[in-house]
Design a protein around this ligand. Structure first.
Ligand SMILES: CCCCC[C@H](S)C(=O)N[C@@H](Cc1ccccc1)C(=O)N[C@@H](C)C(=O)O
Ligand SMILES: [Zn+2]
Length: 304
């Protein structure tokens, strides 16, 4: 039996059917996607509910990934491919390092683990406890959030604390929106599976879920690396104002250019305003409506 790229199918966390780019070797099927240009490989592993990664490759006997525990594997793999395609097609970036790095995910991390993260080399997803979260790879905006941390790490390198850390978190949420633009909510597809209509965060209304949305509400704290998941509400609100005034198409070009050309590891909110304005001037001119939209957005959140 020789090795070959194959096409499988399966059910995601929400029970939705998906087609998968898989690989067969020795009669076993793997979540190993070799269809991307320039050899960008996407591969998915399972920690089998231990707290180790990468764990072992997700496998299936007949390329039908339909068991109830495979939903997290299916979505991590499928959504990672979607995020790869977004960065390649929209920003001409070939994987998170712009050099075809393998995109690896591990699912079923830990026990009832209500989080997901980028560990410096790969994405890692918990299954959630079924009350706070369902398996976290079941949300495209979460997968985009985590993979954008990898892009940030290989570009601006925003330090994960205080204002640069809140920007790091915000850029991950904002690209989560760009991948999943049907609402301004974050994590809604897997957050509180037994309760509808809520989310972990909102870009349009950060205060709805306990985040500040103006600089005069900045939270000075030592917890959560200086409140990176709290103070991200302020740049998130500025992104909402920007997107709702100039549109997603121009906003995503501006955000990508700021992240990859101007921001640095210690950039603060004021520097982010300047970087986004400079990116807008580069792309659309300093007299453009886009420029006025970005300026007004950051004025409204009190960052100058
Ligand atoms: C390991 C310690 C924490 C790592 C933080 C990761 S990058 C993170 O920010 N995870 C996101 C997951 C997410 C993203 C979008 C929507 C919902 C959930 C996150 O926001 N985690 C929250 C729960 C947190 O860590 O406070
Ligand atoms: Zn994050």
């Amino acid at each position: 039996v020789n090795d070959a790229a194959t096409t499988g199918s399966g059910y995601g966390v929400k029970g939705d059917r998906k087609t998968l780019n898989t690989y067969s070797s020795g009669g076993t099927y793997y979540l190993y996607d070799v269809t991307k240009p320039m050899n960008g490989v996407i591969e998915t592993f399972s920690a089998q509910n231990r707290s180790t990664y990468p764990g072992s490759r997700s496998v299936d006997s007949n390329n039908a990934w339909t068991s109830s525990t495979q939903g997290a594997d299916v979505d991590a793999h499928y959504y990672a491919g979607q995020v790869y395609d977004y960065y390649k097609n929209t920003h001409n970036r070939n994987s998170f390092d712009n050099n075809g790095a393998t995109i690896r995910s591990t699912v079923h991390y830990g026990s009832n683990y209500n989080n997901a993260f980028w560990n410096g080399s790969q994405m890692v997803y918990g299954d959630g406890d079924g009350s706070v979260f369902a398996p976290l790879s079941g949300a495209l905006d979460i997968v985009a959030h985590e993979l954008t941390h990898a892009v940030t790490e290989r570009s601006a390198g925003l330090e994960y604390r205080n204002q640069s850390g809140a920007l790091n978190e915000s850029f991950s949420d904002v690209f989560g929106y760009f991948l999943d633009p049907q609402d301004y909510l974050m994590g809604e597809d897997v957050y509180t599976p037994t309760k509808s209509g809520d989310a972990l965060r909102s870009l349009s209304n950060p205060s709805q879920f306990g985040q500040p949305e103006h600089m005069n509400q900045y939270v000075n704290t030592t917890s959560d690396n200086g409140g990176v998941h709290t103070n991200s509400g302020i740049p998130n609100k500025a992104a909402y104002y920007t997107i709702s005034s100039i549109g997603k198409a121009q906003a995503e070009k501006i955000y990508y250019r700021a992240l990859t050309v101007y921001l640095t590891p210690t950039s603060n909110f004021s520097y982010a305003r300047a970087a986004l304005l400079q990116s807008t001037a580069d792309l659309y001119g300093s007299g453009s409506s886009a420029y006025n939209g970005v300026k007004s957005a950051w004025d409204k959140v009190g960052v100058y």
